[in-house]
Write a protein that binds this ligand. Sequence first.
Ligand SMILES: [Zn+2]
Length: 254
Amino acid sequence: MSACRLEQASEHVWWFTPDEATDRPALAAVAGTRVTALLEVGASPAHTASFLAALAPLGLPPVVVAVLTHWHWDHSFGGAALSCPIAAQRETADALALQASYDWSDEALDARVADGTEIAFCRDMIRIELPDRSELDIVLPQIVFDTSLTLDLGGVRVEVVPVGGDHAADSCVMHVVEDGLLFLGDCLYERLYPPEPGLTPATVRALVARVRGLGATYAIEGHDDVLLDAARLAARLDDLELLVKGTGVAGESS
Ligand SMILES: [Zn+2]
């Protein structure tokens, strides 16, 4: 069963903690006075449905949109459990369309690992999280934006800001402005896919500057079970800079 817990992170934000057993990431709901937005779509319909079930007793305003941080399967394959549209930047939508064109049988997944299109870690997690993929429905974003997106939920705004980074070039962060909370997705993690897994110094420096510039008081990372306060976020960003200082490519486990 899922180890994910629902916790209130700030005045308007509830988050569903990650579960490393199948690489389920953190999910969040931001509730305004009028409507609610979901940050992330989840790894599978089961994951997403368990989040919606956990939210139900709160009686939040209606969920009108779910926004993707990046295309990776564990953040995007749960769309079939939603009745609201999904929003994503164009690069994310294009990458997901490619995923949706693939054959998801065990044999095809193995072949993609063999040719370097997929990595063994994701294959293994997909097999556990989505054991039966015969009816896999990868829902493509219905709302596509090119630069940034601002959601006004009634008394609270979410700014969706593309930041890129080594982990995924399409990474966006979501800034819940009134709460000073930054939902980071996986943007600070290393690149997992070939040709160059790891972190590249110039990319890390630009990303860290971008994230620092948002001046958040709290932050949530995609696969970390901790709500970071400003001091811990600052330390996390300092550590990243230190890690790539004077190196060509540095590795980081995540
Ligand atoms: Zn990712």
